[in-house]
Design a protein around this ligand. Structure first.
Ligand code: SIN
Length: 284
């Protein structure tokens, strides 16, 4: 079956049909998939049926895998497949089988608290609640391009610290202390404006708002700029929503897209398996 791409009626994202991600892909199909991912930033493949080894093999089409960072419990959720992160609220035998619970996961990009963050995130849904748990994506190229000129000038050349200590559900990762002064937040310090080395196009590179600090500024001045940037970046004009079905496989550009997840009923079950693809260069 030939690969077909249907852009969403949204500023970013496309549905890709005609790909069975459980099977080895023809090199031409692979090439097209990669170029669609670069163009649309979020790809949605519905109706997949993947084992963990098949998810890993598909993810490796995008590059070498980047294992997840430390979770609150201090060990991989799937010991046999440490490159897979489990995102789930399910608790079995008194122990969470995955990360992030059932609450909101705030806007973020994955693992930007390291010097070379993953370039792609891949999320595969196994079990989905009837309501809630939708995932939102925001295009940071469009957000940067729509910034007023004075804000572009204010952030040019500035770096921001990306908090390593908490996950997007606000949980402290194992081995970290709560933050009392954002000037001491642990994590990488990246430029607020990233330039795509392939295309020269600029995007906002915000990571996550909690515990962020624009290096060198007074905390109040930094907070003022960051609050304005985040209010701008999360506007509906730059976002798409994904309403999950079991068997959905999403691939996003982690260096130019932010995502967040709505809360859902903690009494329902949501199980997702996630991989990430290693970035190849520092953010510049
Ligand atoms: C994540 O933030 O990586 C998980 C998103 C989701 O649970 O939909």
């Amino acid at each position: 079956m030939a690969l077909r791409v249907r852009p969403l009626e949204a500023p970013l994202g496309a549905i890709v049909e005609g790909v069975d991600a459980s099977r080895p892909l023809d090199p031409a199909v692979c090439k097209r998939l990669l170029s669609c991912w670069r163009e649309h930033l979020v790809l949605v493949l519905r109706g997949q049926a993947l084992s963990d080894p098949q998810l890993l093999a598909f993810s490796r089409l995008f590059g070498e895998l980047d294992p997840p960072g430390p979770n609150p419990y201090g060990e991989p959720f799937l010991k046999q497949f440490p490159e897979i992160n489990v995102i789930s609220n399910v608790v079995e035998n008194g122990r969470p089988i995955g990360n992030l619970g059932a609450g909101e996961a705030v806007w973020h990009a994955d693992m930007t608290y390291v010097d070379i963050p993953p370039k792609a995130g891949i999320l595969y849904s196994l079990e989905i609640p009837r309501e809630g748990g939708d995932t939102w994506f925001a295009d940071m190229y469009a957000a940067y391009e729509a910034l007023p000129a004075d804000m572009k000038a204010a952030i040019e050349g500035k770096r921001c610290v990306h908090d390593a200590s908490h996950n997007s559900a606000g949980m402290l990762r194992k081995g970290y202390k709560p933050i009392t002064d954002v000037r001491e937040t642990p994590g990488a310090r990246h430029p607020l404006v990233r330039t795509n080395p392939r295309t020269g196009r600029k995007c906002l590179f915000l990571g996550r708002r909690p515990n962020a600090w624009i290096v060198g500024l007074d905390v109040s001045e930094s907070d003022k700029i960051l609050d304005a940037l985040w209010a701008h970046a999360a506007q509906p004009a730059f976002t798409m929503i994904h309403k999950w079905q079991p068997g959905d496989l999403l691939i996003w550009d982690n260096l130019s897209v932010l995502h967040r997840r709505d809360e859902f009923d903690p009494g329902s079950r949501r199980i997702m398996h996630r991989t990430q693809v290693k970035g190849t260069e520092t953010v510049a």
